[in-house]
Every structure is written in structure tokens, then in C-alpha cells.
Design a protein. Structure first.
Lengths: 360, 363, 790
């Protein structure tokens, strides 16, 4: 193997190892699934090459980061991207000192000159872009420090804040930005995206897998894609345990991804086991409930997951009386709350089951 | 003597005896060049770490068995020195966040960045395909005790350095782990082994060690093994320790009803007695006595939550799973459990539960 | 001689000749009612009745030292007639009349105090009382429940005599730990005791403490990097070795004794400890080399001899918390962990805590503290009585320094507080003063029958919100203490009032509120409302009588703290156990490598059971069965691998020797204070088993040592440590002797302990004087050793 070959192989391996979430990140705005409204506005800005400060907010996995990255790429092109865009996220140190130094320094810099080639192909607006991902985990102090920075350097720099909860962004900041809300992906768009990936990756999946993925991930496309990738790895590995070298030439017969595989990967409790718990709770025999709960705990199921799924099964169950649902919802709420403060799963799950049994 | 837990610990995935499907999956994963981030969860003593080490062995070969402990020093922003243990081999390293206290976020970021920035480049023996993996594995124990802050920091790191690092998070439950992490990892659930699994393991060991039983019948032995398994709450680690202790007590193991009482653990007995006294004597004086007992338990490093849980279960079984009592007791146990995690003075809340239990039982 | 009993034996140390003379010259023989026991190599014989002293000769009395040299004790000229009379009496009966002695001593002390008072009055300005009344003689030391500890310190210091004063050829004692570590809570006189006791033993004291250990370091020159570090420790080392080897002019030719104060909190504690550790290791190495037959070539050894360093001055380290985790937990060189292993540990206790312990009579320690404070009280004419002083002690929680400070600055304030019940405080509310938390607690539980409920509620409310009690229930103040005290007490009140379960439940909810609120500074002020609830729920007209009655929880004041301490200690034991265990065991046992709650819960209990099997009976070596041999081999191997050591530890409380494994996980496994119904783990039966088991394990370990086939490097050092620490067994080097020795052991437990003590005393005490059997403070106070010496 000469050096080039090795490098090529290495590169190929590296691509293989990148998560699909990165691999299938939209390259341009058109590819962004759903979020038509936002995309429409952003495209306009692309034409005019004038960008406001932006604040993207919405639940995880709805394409906020993807959108801004796609936009940035379209604005600057790959070469200029490096010098014009600064991306900071929660994994970077983002205390007040960083805002004061790094962000400020970058914001203050004069805009680098674009090469002629880039100017021809991309709009290359005369400002830089600072992307602050997961901005809601910035401290209030850091956010306040950002206020003046944003105003002072608005001539040469645009900011894009991304967060899940807009309430955690201090008002002065959010008022300086134009806000874009990213709603949950609607099923059609997400489904088509998943199917696109399935097709691209040449996966052998069951019919109902895309739907299952969507229902598990609750509109979080990243989650869905990650699960899909995990499942494919697992099933692929199972099918070809020996020759991992030529994985590009797999035939159609390799492991099929099934609904249950996806469920296991996502840590979802299989329906039949859950159903057993539900019927036992309904019967209301204390000793039986006690034993079943113990079984659940020893089985390694997390109480949080059990609660989530029980919630779905109770709330969606239309045969229950409204008052009963009401009561159960109350119990669910209090148990969930207690679990969140880091309590013991066994006690809490037992309590929940007994309370619901009492409500019946 | 190395302890049986040590001696009979499987080193390779092939040697694992139960949860075969799971073992298959891990093996398959390890055998491909690719390997996602993992979140391994399950009750204590179910064999999480054994499986992980087996997987690592599968990945890198016997090199991962050469372990060493380093003490890393980290200087926090407030200029305090922080030291924590890192267990490492050539291909992986292992950390426990509880060592780091409040600074876990910074420490983990730093550590991972460090590890990630050094790619594992050894072209020298690329012919031997064993070391074809370019990534290092970082095992994080007790991942559920990571602060939310640290977990948030992990999420981008996981994506950013995915070429160089694979994370394996180990935890007892997924409850303490934030959704973004869960969605980025492959969840591996390791349930506790069944009684039969444990019994098989124990009888294998008994054979190898040449233990003598009385009566020496298969049925009696199986019965004993099952009882040990139940006694130790299907915690395999505990089971093995318990069994070994039992074997140390006398030459032949007499199988009868009292066998297990030989190896009962004092604090469990004490809690059981406490439960009995609560049922028998519901008075203020007894609350005071209970308090002394509770203090004693706490001073012996028994976690307050464990005391509460055992006490609850003992009380329930003493009351023969009476519907109302069980339900009410559990309700309050859940309440005091929450208070334990929100407050700091655990003795207040434990005594509170004792007092409440007396009140409930007094009705 | 048995110094384990409760008798008060003051050790006479054997200082060097000149000092001895100096001391003896000042020693007034007439007043000594001493029966002198001289111990020589374990043989105890009563020397002579004092009578002979006087009859023997008029010129002087030869006293032979152990190295053969002789000194002459000269009698001082008598000029006091009353003493003459006493002497006559002595000579006639060999005994003395205590009353006369008292009279005389009192007279003397009166004269002395007169002198000092004169001196005092000349001084301008007032000193801090803590300094003014800082004891500077042994007799001024307030025992406060620590007599035994003082004696242990003296005992340890005396072990140095042969080495320091060169009175006889240095016999290397492997058991002898050359560093003394005194630990205990602040303000109970650790530093003072160390100074006085060292002086008493004829040393001049050099002190290094957190404050002055830093200033002379050349840190500013090379502030950072490895070089800087090296310099710091090198400088420290120089400093310590200098202190150890030089005899400064000021010290009157006395050898120095190094006292390192506040070792746990000093900024470069790690360096100090490293230096100490190195010194000890060097010393050990040397000791080992000299004891070993010389097989090396003479060149090598002569070369080494130049570098050799031997530790020949005592070092006393003082720390508050030897299990401190505030420093670095993992780096062993920096934590006290390492120091603990190489040093003799003596822990001082607060009088409060000593009270709760099982064996000593309650109150003795507190009483002696009270008397001590009473002296100050009298001298300063504060006019406090015993009860008030008791209150002071309560407020300061037995911290002597705090007590004295309190007395100086609060003086009579506490007086009015305590004497006046709340009703009168009601009238004099506007008086500017602060309530102590302890009187706050008392106020809370009291109800004045003369006031209506509303009135008194308003009074309490005002007291808490803006009255004098505010500082007591402030979060930044003593709210925590108030709540704890209430928590300790409230059950008594419920018990007295209606004995219903309802109130504890209700109050627990309030405690939760306190617990929750006190965490949060913003809503913290509401936390004090719990205090108000205490009053509405529990206050009683009969508060005083309830308080005085026997409490439901006997040691409610200290139990919380004790629990905390115990758990800290246990945690550190677990850590050191983990640190020693081989890696593979560590990973197997707890998943990770760090502390894990599974260890105290399951692993250590099982380990304890395995290492001291239930089925084990005391047996003679002949009757060991085959499988038991295997068992022992197994245990021995495990012990070897995990760096567990066997040790005979002396328990000053019970005066017995216990056989323990180190790290001592017994303290985690056994619940002494609670009756567990199984007799399996009760300490005495465990001890009995171990007495037959340990020798066998030792034997097995010896065997294992010879081939040195064990791959684990750890064993070598740990074995060496064992060698250092189990001298009783080690002394008999050859195997046959060992076996004989152990055979002897089987003959009976009683014999074992006897031989141990005699051995112990052989290495230890030379002379001690026992003048007062029993444990009465009254007698001890008034007849003073120091009086004899001065």
C-alpha cells in the first residue's frame, strides 16, 4: 500500500465512521426537510445577501443547526466558510470570558477578502457569521455581555443564536434578533427524508420501520436517523460477522431491520411486556404488582421509560373514563416530577403502579 | 486467592454464559470496523462491565488487559487543583465522574478533547488487522451521575470527535441521562441474570472448586443456588461473593434452611429488625430508638436511600402485602425519597418515614 | 506493669544526665510519696521504700543508669519546718499523710500565685485570656478527658530516650513509629499539650506551622514548574532536617523536638508530608541495613554511610482531621493517608464526645474542664458558678479555647441570659445583646404560664424576626445548631406531653421545609420559621424538668457529628482498602475503580466473613484439618495480594489488644452499638477466632515470603511493612522458634495478653511512678507532680 492509497482508505474509513446525521445534513436550504416558512424567508435573504441577526428556536432535531449551516455554506462557499463563520456550542467553554474575548475578537475582525472565484459562485456578503449553538445553556452574564457585542459589531458580523427554549434567552438579546420558530417536523417530510436515507444506504428494512422510527422519535429527525444508523450497523454486523472489509459490496440478503430491533435500540419496552403491566395494574393485586415492578427493575428498564409509555397507553386509551384519566394524569405528573429530582426508580415506579391501581 | 468474582470473570465475549442474544450483538458490533457510541444500562451486578471489557477484548485483543491507574490533575477556573483517577490501557480509558464533583463538565471536555486530538496512528503494524481501529474508547462509569451540564457538553463532543473517540456510558438506569445523549447512543440493556443463569454459573464454580455439599443431590444444590440468587437480588457480583463466603465458612456446605443465615449481612438484619420493631411498637420512644439505629446505619456508609428502600420492602412484607397499607406506605416512601434527594439532612427524612410508617400502621 | 487500667500513672521520663541532675536538684524529695518502680528489661521489681533514701547517706545518693553510669542525687537543704515533720512521718511509716501534703502544696501554690499575680499586675494592657491562661506546666494542662492521650504522648516521647540521650546502645525497635500524629477537633489543647509534654521530657520545641512554613521558602524565585516544586520540597526538607539536627543556642543544650502544627491545612501540606515520608523511609532503610548482617562489600556500605540519614529527633505532627478529604484524595503523597501509615496516631477528643463513650465515667472530663475554667473565673473575678460554666462549655461545644474567649468577651452577658428566664427578658427587650443559640433553644422549649398564648407567641416571633434572637436563628448564624438541638430534644417533649405519633410527623414536615429552604439563600430566611414551629408545638411549662430528665436519646448532642465522623472515617478506610487492592480485583468489585456504595454494603461484609470464618474454632495446631489448611493458605494469599496487614492494635478505651486487619474494615462491618441477634459478628468471638487464626496466617505469610515467587510487586513492600508492624511475631526470626511461640499461644488467651503486655513494657517504660490508683479528679488536682518538680 503506498501512501496515497492509504490516505484514500483512511479517508474512506473516516467517511464511513461519520454519523449519518452529519453525512445527511442538508447541503443547501432546499434540502432542509419541512420548515418551509423559515426556508422561504432565508432564501430571500440569500438573494439580497442581507442577513438580520437571527434566533432559531424549537425542539431538538428539527433542523435548526442544519439550516444555519446550510445557509452559511450557500452564502460563503466551502473556502470562505472557515474564515467567515465561527461556530460555538455548549461543548466549548462559553463563560463570560469567552464572550468577552473570543467572540469579541472574531466579531471585531475586518471581513476577509473573498477570492474572485468565490465571488462568482456565492453571494459572499461583506459580513461574518457567528453561530452560537445551544445558546440557552449560556449563563445570563455571558448573554448580557453579548448584548453590546452584537450591537457594536453589527456592521461586520451577524449573529445566529440557536436554542431549544426561547424563555432562557434574556429579553434584550431576543429583541435584537429576528426569531424563527422551528416546529416539529410533519410526518410526510420526515418520512421522505428517512426513506431517502434508506435508499441511499441501501438498507433492507421492514415496511413499518420508517413509521416506527418517527413515532419513537416524536418528530426529532436526528433521533430517527441515529436510531436507523444504529439498527443498520447492528443488523449488518450480525449478517456479516466475518468480512467487514468489503462492506460496500453487500448483497441484498444482509440483515433486515425490523421494528423490534428499532425498539430495542431506542430502549422502548416491547408492547407485550407493557401490556402485561397494564393488565396487572388493572387487576389491582398488590402482591402481583410488587413482584412485577421488581421484575421490571431487574430487567433494567428505566422507570422514566415505563412512565412515558404508560402515559401514552393511558392517555390514548379512549375507553377510560375522563375522571380516571384525570387521576392517572395527576399521578403520572407527580411521579415524573419526583423521578426528575433523582429519586429511586424502584420506589417511584412501585408507588406509581399502586396509585394507578387504586384509582381504577 | 483471588476472589471468585475475579477468578471466574469472563475475559472474552465467548465465555459469557447468559443473555446470548446481547452477546451476539456486541460481538457483531466489535467485529465490524465501525462501532457506535454505547449506553450500557442495567441493574448492578448484571454484567455490564464484563460485557464491555469483553467487547474491548474483541476489538483490540489482549492489550486491553494491561491496565494502569493514572492520577490526572486538573486545574479549575478558580485555580483549585482537582485530582481524579483514570484507569487506562493502550486503547481505552475509564473515568468516574463522581470523582470530579462539580467540575465534571470542564474535566470531561478537557479530557475528551485531549484524547480526541491525538489520533491513534500506528501504521507500523497495520498489517495486523487487530489494531485497525482508529478510535480510542472512553468509558464513563455512573453516567447517570453526570451533571446535566456535563451531559449537554457531551452531546456535541460526541458528534465532533466521533472519528477518534467512541464513548461507552455505563449507568444503572437511563433516567438520569438527557434525551440528546440517548438519541446519540446505541442503547444496550443488560437485564439481571435469571435464577437459572445464576444457578448454572454457581454449579460450574462449585464443580471447579471441588466444593462438598450435604446432602449432595442436584436438586438440593439447585435449590441452594436459587436461594442464593434470590437472597442477593440477582446481583451476580453479590451472588459470587456470597457463595464464596459460604464456602469459606465450613468444609462442607450444609444445605438446609439456615444455610443462608450464615451469610446474612448485618445491616440488612438490622433494618429487618427495625421494621419489626416499628410494627410491634408504635410509640415516640421507639422513634427515638429508631433514630439511634438509623444514625448507626448511616455511619457505616449505608446510603440513606437504600435504608429507606429496604425498610419499605420489609414493612410491606411484614404486613403481608395488605392493599391499603402497602399503597399508603409506598406513597409516603416515594415522598420521603424525594425529600432525601432534595434535602441534605437524611436523618430528618428517614426518621420522618419511620414516624409516618408508625402512624399508618397505627390506624 | 499494667498501664491499661484506669490508674493514673505519670511516666517519669529518663532525661539525659545533666537534665536529670538539674531536675533532681530542684526535686524536693520530702514531698514525694513516690514508690519508684524501676523496670528493667521487663522485670519489675519494686525498688525501695522511700525510707531507705533518707537513711542511706547524707552526701548524695548514687543512682545507676542502665548504661552503667552513675549520678548522685543530692539532697536539697531543708529550710521548712513543716516539711520536716512530714518527712519524719514518712520515715516512720513509709507513708505520708495526704492532708498534710495538701496543706503544704496549697501553701506553696499560694505563694507562687502571689508572685505571679505581682508580676502580672506590672504588665500594661490586657492579654488575650487564651494566652494569659495558656498552661505552661504539665499540671496546668486541663485534662478534659484526654489524660490517657497525654500519657500516650509521654510514653511515645520516652521511647526516644535511648536514641536521643544516648543512654544506652541504640536498640532498633522495628515497631517504633518515629512520627507522632496528634489529631482532634480544634481548641482542645493539642498544640499546648505537645509543647508542654515535649518540654517535660527534656526537649526544646521547634515549631513549624502553616503560617511560618511558607515564608522562608524560595518560592518567589522559581514560582512555577517542576523546578519550583523541587525547590519547595528541597527547602522544606532542609528546614526540617536542620531543625532535627541542630542544637540551637537558645535551647539550653536540650535536643530539639519538632512540632509541625496544622499539618492538614497548611498550603504545602503535600510537600511536608512527602519530606516526612522520605525521612522515615530513609531512616527505615538505614535501620534495616544495620540490623541485617553485612553482606555487602565494605566499599559500597561506606559510601552509603555518608548519605545515610537517621531520624533521631522526635517529630510531632498535629492535625485536625486526619481523614481530611479536602486535599487531594487520590494522590497519596499529598494526603494524610501516607502519613497515617508511618506514624503513631493519638487522637484527642472533646470533653463532650468523651462523655458519650462507653467506658469512662460520664462527666469526669467535663468536670475537669469546668474546674479549669473555674480557675480563670476566680482569677478574673467573673463570679460565675459551675452551672454557668457548664453552659459556656455547652455553647462552645467543648472547645476550650472558645470557652476562654467566650468568658473574656461575653463575660457576664451570658450570666444575665441564663439567670433571667424569658419573662424578665421580655421587659428588658431593648437591651442590646445577643442570644446564644443554646439559650435560644431553651427559650423555644419554655412556656411561661403567666403569659397568654398570643402574648408569648408574639414575644417569640419578635425575638426571632428582629429581636435579640435573630442572630441565633439566622442562616448565617447558628440556625443549623438550633435546629439540630431541637431535633435532638423534641422527642423528649412529645414523650412527656401526649406521646402521640402525630406531632413527630408534623414536625418532620417542618424539618423538611427547613432542609429545603436552608439550601436556598433567597428564601433562606423563611427557614427560621421552623424554629417558631418548635415553640408552638412543643413548648412546655415544665421545660426545665424535661430537659433535666433522662433523654430518650442519650447522646443527642453529639450523635450527629459522631455519625458524620464515623462515616468519614469508614469512607477513608474503604479508599485505602481500594488503593491497596490489585487492579483486577478493584475493577471486579465495584465496576469502576473509585468509591462505590456497593463496597460497604456488600463487599466488605462478605470479605470480613471470609477472612474470619464463622466455622473457625480455637484449635491447637495439631488438629488443623486439611481443608482448613487450604483455607488459611487462601486467606493468606488474598491478604498478601490486597495489601491487607495484620495488626495488633491497642484500644485505649477498653485497655485491650485487638487483632485487626488493616485497613480496619471491621469498623464498617460490625455494628457494636446495636444488638444484632446473630452472635456471629460479636467482637469478642471474632477476637477469639482471630487469636488462633492470625498466627497461622502469619506463618503462611512467612512461608510465602521465602520463595518470593509472587508476581505482584506490591507484596514485597507490604510484607516489609508487615515486618515493621508486627514485631511481636517478627522478633522470633527463625521458624522453629515461631512455632514454639505459637504453641505457647494456644495455651490460653490470658497468657497471650500477658506476654504481650510484658513485651510491650519491656520495650517501653523504664520508670514510672504511680501515685494514685483510681480516677478521682479531686485528688489528682491538688497533689501535683509539677509541684514536685519545680
Amino acid at each position: 500500500m503506498n501512501r496515497n492509497q492509504r490516505l484514500a482508505k483512511y479517508e474512506q474509513e473516516r467517511i464511513e465512521h461519520t454519523p449519518w446525521v452529519e453525512k445527511y445534513r442538508p447541503k443547501n436550504l432546499d434540502e432542509v426537510a419541512s420548515q418551509e416558512h423559515t426556508v422561504k424567508i432565508l432564501k430571500k435573504t440569500l438573494e439580497s445577501a442581507n442577513l438580520p441577526h437571527m434566533l432559531f428556536y424549537g425542539p431538538p432535531g428539527t433542523g435548526k443547526t442544519s439550516t444555519i449551516l446550510a445557509l452559511a455554506k450557500q452564502l460563503y462557499g466551502p473556502r470562505l466558510f472557515k474564515s467567515r463563520v465561527l461556530e460555538l456550542n455548549a461543548s466549548d467553554e462559553r463563560g463570560i470570558s469567552i464572550v468577552r474575548q473570543k467572540v469579541k475578537n472574531f466579531a471585531r475582525l475586518a471581513v476577509s477578502n473573498a477570492s474572485k472565484e468565490d465571488l462568482e459562485n456565492y453571494p459572499c456578503p461583506p459580513y461574518k457569521l457567528i453561530i452560537l449553538d445551544e445558546a440557552d445553556s449560556m449563563t445570563n452574564d455571558a448573554q448580557s455581555a453579548l448584548r453590546r457585542t452584537i450591537e457594536n459589531y453589527s456592521g461586520v458580523t451577524r449573529f445566529c443564536l440557536i436554542c431549544n427554549y426561547i424563555t432562557r434567552i434574556i429579553d434584550p438579546l431576543s429583541s435584537r434578533c429576528s426569531k424563527f420558530r422551528f416546529g416539529l417536523l410533519n410526518n410526510e417530510n420526515a418520512l421522505s427524508r428517512i426513506k431517502y436515507i434508506v435508499e441511499k444506504e441501501n438498507l433492507n428494512v421492514d415496511e413499518d420501520v420508517p413509521e416506527t422510527l418517527l413515532s419513537i422519535s416524536n418528530g426529532d429527525l436526528r433521533k430517527a436517523i441515529t436510531f436507523l444508523q444504529s439498527a443498520s450497523r447492528l443488523s449488518f454486523a450480525l449478517a456479516n460477522p466475518d468480512d467487514s472489509e468489503d462492506r460496500m459490496h453487500v448483497d441484498e440478503e444482509h440483515g433486515k431491520i425490523t421494528k423490534s430491533a428499532i425498539q430495542e435500540i431506542a430502549g422502548i419496552i416491547p408492547d407485550d411486556i407493557l401490556k402485561r403491566l397494564v393488565t396487572i395494574i388493572e387487576k389491582g393485586n398488590t402482591r402481583e404488582i410488587f413482584n412485577t415492578v421488581q421484575e421490571f427493575i431487574l430487567g433494567g428498564w428505566s422507570a422514566q421509560q415505563v412512565l412515558d409509555q404508560l402515559h401514552d397507553s393511558y392517555v390514548m386509551n379512549h375507553s377510560l373514563r375522563p375522571e380516571l384519566k384525570n387521576k392517572i394524569a395527576l399521578v403520572l405528573f407527580s411521579s415524573d416530577c419526583k423521578l426528575n429530582s433523582g429519586t429511586d426508580e424502584h420506589i417511584q415506579l412501585l408507588n406509581f403502579c399502586l396509585q394507578v391501581a387504586k384509582a381504577f | 486467592m483471588s476472589l471468585w468474582v475475579d477468578k471466574y470473570r469472563p475475559k472474552k465475549l465467548d465465555q459469557l454464559s447468559y443473555h446470548n442474544g446481547l452477546t451476539e450483538n456486541l460481538k457483531a458490533l466489535a467485529s465490524t470496523g465501525d462501532f457506535p457510541h454505547l449506553l450500557v444500562y442495567g441493574p448492578p451486578g448484571s454484567g455490564k462491565k464484563t460485557r464491555i471489557y469483553g467487547t474491548l477484548y474483541e476489538l483490540y485483543g489482549p492489550q486491553v488487559e494491561k491496565l494502569k491507574i493514572d492520577v490526572n490533575t486538573f486545574t479549575t477556573t478558580s485555580n483549585r487543583k482537582l485530582e481524579f483517577n483514570v484507569l487506562s490501557s493502550a486503547h481505552h480509558l475509564e473515568i468516574t465522574p463522581s470523582d470530579m464533583g462539580n467540575n465534571d463538565r470542564v474535566v470531561i471536555q478537557d479530557l475528551l478533547k485531549d484524547v480526541a486530538s491525538v489520533e491513534q496512528v500506528d501504521f507500523s503494524n497495520s498489517a495486523k488487522s487487530k489494531s485497525k481501529h482508529r478510535f480510542k474508547v472512553v468509558i464513563i462509569n455512573e453516567a447517570d451521575s453526570l451533571s446535566k451540564d456535563a451531559q449537554a457538553a457531551l452531546r456535541r463532543t460526541m458528534e465532533k470527535y466521533s472519528a477518534n473517540i467512541r464513548l461507552i456510558l455505563v449507568s444503572n438506569t437511563t433516567s438520569g441521562i438527557i434525551a440528546p445523549i440517548k438519541s446519540r447512543t446505541l442503547l444496550v440493556r443488560v437485564p439481571a441474570p435469571s435464577e437459572t443463569d445464576i444457578a448454572d454459573i454457581l454449579s460450574g464454580i462449585a464443580k471447579k472448586e471441588g466444593l462438598k455439599f450435604k446432602p449432595d443431590t442436584d436438586n438440593a444444590k439447585q435449590e441452594l443456588f436459587r436461594n442464593i440468587a434470590l437472597h442477593s437480588e440477582k446481583n451476580l457480583r453479590r451472588t459470587l461473593l456470597c457463595f464464596e463466603t459460604l464456602s469459606m465458612q465450613s468444609e462442607t456446605i450444609n444445605i438446609d434452611k439456615n444455610t443462608l443465615s450464615l451469610v446474612s449481612i448485618d445491616w440488612e438484619v438490622i433494618i429487618a429488625n427495625l421494621a419489626k420493631s416499628i410494627v410491634a411498637n408504635k410509640s415516640v420512644a421507639n422513634i427515638a430508638k429508631s433514630r439511634v439505629v438509623l444514625y448507626e446505619l448511616l455511619s457505616h456508609c449505608i446510603p440513606a436511600r437504600t435504608i429507606l428502600k429496604r425498610l419499605l420492602f420489609d414493612l410491606i412484607s411484614l404486613n403481608n402485602y395488605n392493599d391499603n397499607i402497602t399503597q399508603e406506605l409506598t406513597e409516603y416512601a416515594a415522598l420521603f425519597d424525594e425529600r432525601l434527594s432534595l434535602g441534605q439532612k437524611s436523618i430528618f427524612h428517614l426518621e420522618g418515614f419511620v414516624a409516618r410508617a408508625m402512624l399508618i400502621l397505627d390506624k | 506493669m499494667d498501664y491499661n487500667t484506669e490508674s493514673l500513672a505519670v511516666y517519669n521520663t529518663t532525661p539525659p544526665n545533666d537534665i536529670l541532675n538539674a531536675n533532681l536538684n530542684t526535686l524536693n524529695f520530702d514531698s514525694s510519696c513516690i514508690s519508684t518502680d524501676i523496670l528493667d528489661q521487663g522485670n519489675i521489681y519494686e525498688k525501695r521504700q522511700p525510707k531507705e533514701y533518707w537513711e542511706n547517706d547524707q552526701e548524695g545518693k548514687p543512682v545507676k543508669h542502665f548504661d552503667g553510669s552513675a549520678t548522685y542525687l543530692r539532697r536539697r537543704k531543708q529550710n521548712n519546718d513543716t516539711l520536716e515533720g512530714i518527712r519524719d512521718e514518712i520515715s516512720s511509716t513509709g507513708l505520708i499523710d495526704m492532708n498534710d501534703l495538701f496543706k503544704k502544696v496549697r501553701l506553696k501554690s499560694a505563694i507562687r500565685s502571689e508572685k505571679t499575680r505581682k508580676r502580672e499586675t506590672k504588665k500594661v494592657g490586657e492579654k488575650l485570656w487564651t494566652e494569659k491562661y495558656c498552661p505552661n506546666r504539665f499540671m496546668d494542662l486541663c485534662s478534659a478527658g484526654n489524660d490517657k492521650q497525654y500519657r500516650l504522648v509521654l510514653h511515645w516521647l520516652r521511647k526516644w530516650d535511648p536514641l536521643v540521650f544516648k543512654k544506652r546502645p541504640v536498640e532498633e525497635d522495628v515497631d517504633f513509629k518515629k512520627i507522632l500524629l496528634i489529631c482532634g477537633p480544634p481548641g482542645i489543647g493539642k498544640t499546648v499539650a505537645a509543647h508542654i509534654l515535649a518540654k517535660q521530657s527534656g526537649y526544646s520545641v521547634q515549631e513549624i506551622n502553616a503560617a511560618n512554613s511558607m515564608d522562608k521558602l524560595p518560592q518567589s524565585d522559581t514560582p512555577s514548574g517542576a523546578q519550583g516544586f523541587a525547590n519547595v520540597s528541597a527547602a522544606l526538607r532542609l528546614k526540617i532536617t536542620n531543625a532535627l539536627t541542630t542544637n540551637s543556642l537558645t535551647s539550653n543544650n536540650k535536643p530539639t523536638c519538632l512540632v509541625i502544627d496544622e499539618i492538614d491545612s497548611s498550603a504545602n501540606a503535600g510537600d511536608i508530608m512527602k519530606v516526612l515520608y522520605d525521612l522515615v523511609q530513609l531512616d527505615r532503610k538505614k535501620a534495616r541495613r544495620t540490623t541485617k548482617p553485612k553482606t555487602f562489600g565494605s566499599k559500597a556500605s561506606s559510601k552509603e554511610q555518608k548519605k545515610e540519614f537517621s531520624l533521631n529527633r522526635p517529630i510531632i505532627c498535629i492535625a485536625n482531621d486526619i481523614y481530611s478529604t479536602s486535599g487531594s484524595r487520590f494522590n497519596k503523597s499529598a494526603s494524610l493517608e501516607k502519613l497515617r501509615q508511618i506514624s503513631e496516631i493519638i487522637s484527642f477528643r472533646k470533653p463532650h464526645l468523651a462523655k458519650s463513650s462507653v467506658n469512662s465515667k460520664p462527666g469526669n472530663s467535663v468536670r475537669s474542664l469546668k474546674e479549669h475554667l473555674m480557675v480563670i473565673n476566680d482569677a478574673e473575678k467573673l463570679g460565675m458558678d459551675y452551672q454557668e460554666i457548664g453552659e459556656v462549655i455547652d455553647v462552645c461545644e467543648g472547645d476550650i479555647r472558645a470557652c476562654i474567649n467566650y468568658m473574656q468577651f461575653n463575660g457576664r452577658k451570658i450570666n444575665t441570659d441564663l439567670i433571667d428566664p424569658p419573662k424578665s427578658t421580655n421587659k428588658s427587650q431593648n437591651k442590646d445583646k445577643h442570644m446564644t443559640w443554646i439559650s435560644m433553644v431553651e427559650t423555644l422549649f419554655k412556656r411561661d404560664p403567666r403569659l397568654s398564648k398570643d402574648e408569648s407567641f408574639n414575644y417569640i416571633m419578635q425575638l426571632i424576626s428582629n429581636g435579640t434572637g435573630q442572630n441565633a436563628v439566622n442562616l448565617s448564624g447558628n440556625l443549623d445548631k438550633v435546629i439540630n438541638a431541637c431535633f435532638g430534644r423534641y422527642l423528649d417533649f412529645v414523650h412527656f406531653q401526649d406521646d402521640s405519633l402525630y406531632k413527630p410527623n408534623m414536625f418532620n414536615d417542618w424539618l423538611y421545609i427547613y432542609d429545603l429552604f436552608s439550601k436556598n439563600v433567597e428564601i433562606g430566611e423563611y427557614a427560621s420559621m421552623t424554629v417558631l414551629k418548635v415553640w408552638t408545638a412543643f413548648s412546655d411549662v415544665h421545660a426545665n424538668s424535661i430537659m433535666r430528665e433522662q433523654n430518650l436519646i442519650p447522646n443527642h448532642r453529639s450523635i450527629d457529628f459522631e455519625t458524620y465522623e464515623a462515616s468519614q472515617k469508614n469512607k477513608s478506610i474503604i479508599r485505602s482498602f481500594l488503593d491497596n487492592a490489585p487492579l483486577s480485583t478493584r475493577t471486579c468489585l465495584c465496576g469502576g475503580i473509585s468509591y462505590n456504595s456497593q463496597i460497604p454494603m456488600y463487599i466488605l461484609p462478605y470479605m470480613g466473613m471470609s477472612l474470619t470464618p464463622v466455622g473457625w474454632d480455637s484449635k491447637t495446631p495439631g488438629s488443623i484439618k486439611a481443608h482448613e489448611k487450604i483455607m488459611i493458605r487462601k486467606i493468606a494469599k488474598f491478604i498478601q495480594q490486597s495489601g491487607i496487614r495484620l495488626e495488633k492494635s491497642f484500644d485505649p478505651m477498653s485497655g485491650r489488644y485487638n487483632l485487626v486487619y488493616l485497613p480496619d474494615f471491621d469498623s464498617i462491618n460490625s455494628f457494636d452499638n446495636i444488638q444484632v441477634f446473630s452472635t456471629r459478628n460479636n467482637p469478642t468471638s471474632v477476637q477469639r477466632k482471630r487469636q488462633s487464626l492470625f498466627p497461622l496466617i502469619e506463618l503462611e505469610l512467612e512461608k510465602g515470603q521465602v520463595p518470593k515467587a509472587d508476581p505482584i510487586s506490591l507484596t514485597k513492600t507490604s510484607l516489609q511493612q508487615q515486618a515493621d508492624e508486627v514485631p511481636q511475631f517478627k522478633k522470633r526470626k527463625t521458624k522453629t522458634e515461631l512455632v514454639n511461640f505459637f504453641k505457647g499461644k494456644y495455651d490460653g488467651v490470658s497468657q497471650l495478653t500477658k506476654s504481650d503486655t510484658s513485651e510491650k513494657s519491656a520495650t517501653g517504660a523504664k520508670i514510672w511512678i504511680k501515685y494514685n490508683e483510681g480516677f478521682s479528679n479531686a485528688v489528682r488536682r491538688n497533689i501535683g507532680w509539677a509541684d514536685f518538680w519545680s
